[in-house]
Write a new protein. Structure first.
Length: 210
């Protein structure tokens, strides 16, 4: 089962049992799968990076707090979106959370609509980010199958150079360049020149938090 075939899940991490139960009930009523954790450590013990979804994370918890958990997930290269919730208005804390990639920072009490709107946004962002990661992995695998000469031709094609110009740059016949180009198009699974160029550019496309 691939990442995108797994059921998206909202992970609720909050030391308040009443909050966890309330949010789980709300999410269940919306048909959204939820898993709750009473601490950051409990969440990390069961965390699977390939599992799609988002995190509803309390800022202030005994032991590892929400911001510390966010830092740990960032250190691990996690892409899962985070929605922070807190009962304490703290602007500097909110700014720090957003700077580190949080989707939003909601102060308790918040409306069900505000939270569910953010959850739907976060799940959409996670789906898009994971699709991009899967595509990048596929592109890397296809690039690895190219010969050094095909890589040279690919780089020049991506710069918009004609077969004749590439032949001159690489001191090859135009026919040889045409053959290399046809082979690399086939290996890359490119349906057009524009598709091929897009694949060469996607490695530079960052994972978005928006």
């Amino acid at each position: 089962m691939t990442t995108l075939e797994r059921e998206p899940t909202v992970f609720v991490v909050d030391d308040d049992e009443a909050v966890r139960a309330s949010l789980q009930l709300l999410l269940k009523s919306l048909g959204i799968r939820a898993i709750t954790h009473g601490s950051a450590a409990e969440f990390l013990a069961e965390y699977e990076p390939e599992h799609p979804g988002c995190i509803i994370l309390d800022v202030r918890m005994p032991g590892m707090g929400g911001l510390e958990l966010q830092d740990e997930l960032n250190r691990r290269g996690a892409v899962i979106p985070i929605i922070f919730i807190t009962g304490h208005g703290d602007v500097p804390m909110a700014v720090e959370a957003m700077q580190h990639g949080a989707i939003d920072f909601l102060q308790k009490p918040f409306s069900d609509k505000d939270l569910t709107d953010r959850i739907h946004e976060a799940l959409s962002i996670d789906l898009r980010n994971r699709a991009l990661l899967d595509e990048k992995d596929m592109i890397r695998a296809r690039l690895a199958a190219l010969t050094p000469r095909e890589i040279q031709v690919l780089r020049l094609v991506a710069l918009g150079k004609s077969n004749k110009a590439i032949a001159g740059d690489l001191e090859l016949s135009q026919r040889t360049v045409e053959l290399h180009r046809a082979h690399l198009m086939d290996k890359m699974g490119a349906s057009s020149l524009a598709h091929l160029v897009r694949m060469t550019m996607i490695e530079d496309t960052g994972i978005s938090a928006y």
